[in-house]
Design a protein around this ligand. Structure first.
Ligand code: NDP
Ligand code: ZN
Length: 362
């Protein structure tokens, strides 16, 4: 078996914990001794064992003189758990194969250095691209301390997100809507504008056949107009945060706080997307799923805050110059300044098309 073969297995293990490792990366590890798999592991949750530790525990004595395949450079610092580089050295592993280098400035390159200094053979870069793209959210957060933003929108063939009347249920098929729920599960938070809350009274929970975790639900609502009887306020299904401008009073906030909703006034009268992302970053929100509507999407576009777009497009025509489009607001004036994305995939979902595109190096 080749190094790629075992690394692909380690990548599969890593991916199996998608949506549950935040703010940590997804990591997988495989220990191989004499051509046989002796141990496997994945990092499942922040604060719990790293992938290497699970795999080495499973391997037991067989870790001596083995090769360990890890999707991310082993850590070399004391975080919530002791350094994996030390554990690998102590276990007597002779060779370490690594897919991606850790982007966290505290550890980057240091884990490898430690292993080499202890006399272990270290090979890097096997399946690097796949490993890096799997942890693009983690890498983005390490670099910017702001969440990786994925904006999802559902449009008609002529690019409308609702009819001129405001009616938008449903433009796309049940299959597309089910597909979108997977992203709710894998994101730390989901965000909408007050316009969408008033129009649709959404619950923004994850509804998958086997459950799934709910993201924190965030509403941008400058003057605190969210109805106190809105599902997001009353259903207690997941935390709800309302971000407001500086002009709201304690009396206005109190009824929401009593229902367990967190109201966060910014220091400015209006809500700037940059400030929202800084705030969410400081709260360890590493990934944000933006579900519009049109005004909020437009603000994210204009502030240059989008890393990825997921568009579901249904083969229906709505027409009408007053029917809203996915990105409202003033838009970008010059074509040369348009947000340039790279297509990741184009798929058919039921009767619809799903387009996934992201900003290069986002
Ligand atoms: P939005 O959900 O975009 O909310 C807009 C409101 O959010 C603004 O009027 C503003 O109100 C508040 N807000 C606060 N901060 C900002 C900011 N920085 N930028 C922009 N808005 C901000 O509402 P829309 O009315 O534009 O869109 C709602 C429509 O879109 C509905 O018809 C809904 O059904 C549809 N929709 C369709 C989707 C689809 O994928 N097909 C998805 C989501 C919605 P204030 O000043 O009071 O704070
Ligand atoms: Zn570790």
């Amino acid at each position: 078996m080749t190094d790629e073969h075992y690394m692909k297995l380690a990548l599969e293990l890593a991916k199996s914990a998608e949506g549950q490792t935040s703010p940590n990366p997804m990591v997988g590890a495989v220990v191989v001794k004499d051509g046989q798999i002796a141990g496997m592991g994945a990092h499942l949750r922040a604060g719990e064992h790293h992938a290497e530790v699970h795999a080495l525990n499973m391997a037991g004595d067989k870790a001596m003189d083995s090769v360990i395949y890890v999707t991310l450079e082993p850590c070399s610092h004391y975080g919530k758990t002791p350094p994996c580089a030390d554990r690998i050295i102590e276990a007597g592993v002779k060779k370490v194969v690594i897919a991606a280098i850790d982007q966290n400035p505290i550890v980057s390159g240091k884990g490898i250095q430690r292993l080499r200094e202890a006399g272990l053979e270290v090979v890097t870069g096997i399946c690097r691209q796949e490993a890096e793209s799997m942890n693009k959210v983690f890498n983005h957060f390490q670099k910017h301390r702001k969440p990786y933003v994925t904006l999802k929108t559902a449009v008609s063939l002529d690019g409308k997100i609702a009819a001129a009347s405001g009616e938008s249920k449903w433009i796309t098929s049940a299959e597309s809507r089910d597909d979108a729920h997977r992203y709710r599960h894998s994101h730390d938070a989901i965000l909408v504008g007050i316009g969408t809350v008033l129009a649709d009274n959404p619950s923004l929970t994850t509804r998958l056949p086997n459950g799934g975790s709910n993201p924190i639900r965030i509403i941008l609502d400058t003057t605190l107009q969210t109805p106190i009887e809105a599902k997001l306020v009353t259903d207690s299904e997941a935390p709800t945060w309302i971000i407001t401008g500086s002009g709201v009073s304690m009396e206005q906030i109190l009824p929401y706080t009593e229902k367990g909703v967190r109201v966060i006034p910014l220091s400015t009268p209006s809500i700037e997307i940059e400030s929202v992302l800084e705030l969410l970053g400081s709260e360890n929100i590493t990934s944000l799923f933006v579900e519009g509507g049109s005004s909020v999407n437009g603000s994210f576009l204009q502030s240059g805050s989008i890393q990825q777009v997921i568009m579901y497009q249904a083969p229906i025509l709505i027409g009408g110059s007053d029917a809203p489009q996915p990105f409202g607001g003033g838009g970008i004036e010059r074509l040369k300044d348009a947000l340039k994305l790279e297509l990741e995939s184009v798929e058919r979902i039921g009767p619809d098309i799903k387009i996934t595109a992201s900003v290069r190096g986002g």
